[in-house]
Design a protein around this ligand. Sequence first.
Ligand code: HC1
Ligand code: SF4
Ligand code: SF4
Length: 572
Amino acid sequence: KVKIMIDGLEIEVEKGTTVLEAAKEVGIHIPTLCYLKNVNEPSSCRACVVEVGPRLIASCTLKAEDGMNIKTNTKKVREARKTVVELILSDHKRECTSCLRNEKCELQSLANNLNIRELRFEGERTRAEIDYSSPAIVRDIEKCILCGRCIATCSNVQTVNAIGFINRGFGTIVGPSFDKPLADSVCINCGQCILACPVGALYEHENINDIWREIENPDKLVVVQTAPAVRVALGEEFGLPIGTRVTGKMVAALRKIGFDKVFDTDFAADLTIMEEGTELIKRLETGENLPLMTSCCPGWVKFVEHNFPNMLENLSTCKSPHEMEGALIKSYFAKRMNVDPKNIVVVSIMPCTAKKFESQREELSNQQMQDVDYVLTTRELAQMIKEAGIDFVNLKDEEFDNPFGEATGAGVIFGATGGVAEAALRTVFELVAGKDLDTVDFNAVRGIEGIKEATIELPNGAVINTAVINGLGNARKVMELIQKGEKNYQFIEVMACPGGCINGGGQPIVDKETRENIDVKIARSKAIYDEDKSLPIRKSHKNPYIKKIYDEFLGEPNSHLSHQLLHTNYVA
Ligand code: HC1
Ligand code: SF4
Ligand code: SF4
């Protein structure tokens, strides 16, 4: 332990504690911009300076030492912080009122907190075109403050290294190497960089106006479906606590917006389990292409394509649930409704930016029609609800439409890391046993740790070594061990985003300080498992609408028609 003095308060902290953390322990707030705990700790922006003796030092990297006397609130400190922020503002495209981060911008609130009312430094400004090349992520360099938080997330957490600092001096910008368009880089579209960005320099490629246009078109039947993780996060955009479930309100809001049908992607998650569970049982029998790797996360699929192309055959051939649902809407449902599928518009509300990219992939279409026409993030949906003037918090709960409105708890848990594996095990267990069993909760695959392993013995004695992974840095580690032959699994679930879709790049942005106090991943995944518990049916194969669609239309899991509509192949 070391003893230090902060603003006249004597405190004892563990050796190695930074002054920033020590101050937090005693309730003294020091502002930061570039700092992201455990991800980006470069002490470059200097918004967190404190006075130590005669010197001003950045507190985020300054380790507390015995006898240190620190002052955080002196004229010198306040002036220095103001200068830091004013200099950043002098090279910032300040269009706060029309910025999509208005009121959710760390730079804006820091400038306000520091009482910056006029700008002393006006000079040359960085100029660059906005990069709209990627269907998922937009880059606006003129708003970038060079904090490096996105770079650190992409490199240290995801190990993708799609973006970095390029050029030098005043010309320094953040972008892919050689300033290539983002679409031509190795970016896998996860959007974790958006969650890390303190300002509006990175955001999703918006499709809000496309949806309003389609809804206004009387010739179109506009159908929407919502991912499992959206319902446990959307409420945050309307001031509800993190981890509030708003399923019924979300459905009501979608009807008010003007969608003709409101379906649940969770239904197709159940369907994915039927297809993928069957695929797993078959691969276990033949021993081919093991481990079976989940393919519902498009960020992960692209990561495999770039980094482990020799393992593409290990990916499940199942399309992701919302793509399966899109394919069924344009076939089974279109027939039932007697509508030409060309006049149906399928919109998916997803916690994910990578799904925007995924929906445009050729591999995910049928008869020259995209299975899903548009993907909106949770944030874009919130924006539409606000634009429509809907009083979200006071909405009465409504139910999804059928035939794609009924899902089991297994479908819901897809939204959290470990959910796909658990949902699959619930079904595979009973399919293999040929009878109903009590096994519902597979706690070994739950929790937000980056890598979890479980060995599951099936009722027929077969053993499945499973790895459940979230975050691509963790996935890279496991894949390298598999390639070296040091690990042997039969089934692997990977979600690109830390925590899984609940923490996807399209989810509400939680400011950095709240993130330091509440683990958003834990709060949202608790809501997911609560929703699972609240449902009467918790195993995909017990979903009556799933049974019906096989009886009426698909035949059986992995049938010829299933393959045509619900499966695909990713090839190098
Ligand atoms: Fe996900 Fe999925 S759970 S990928 O994890 O398989 O985005 O939420 O919709 O498709 O169902 C995301 C979430 C989502 C799909 C499902
Ligand atoms: Fe990196 Fe993901 Fe951002 Fe692409 S979307 S730049 S992969 S963090
Ligand atoms: Fe999208 Fe989920 Fe994958 Fe993140 S983990 S990229 S939110 S599918």
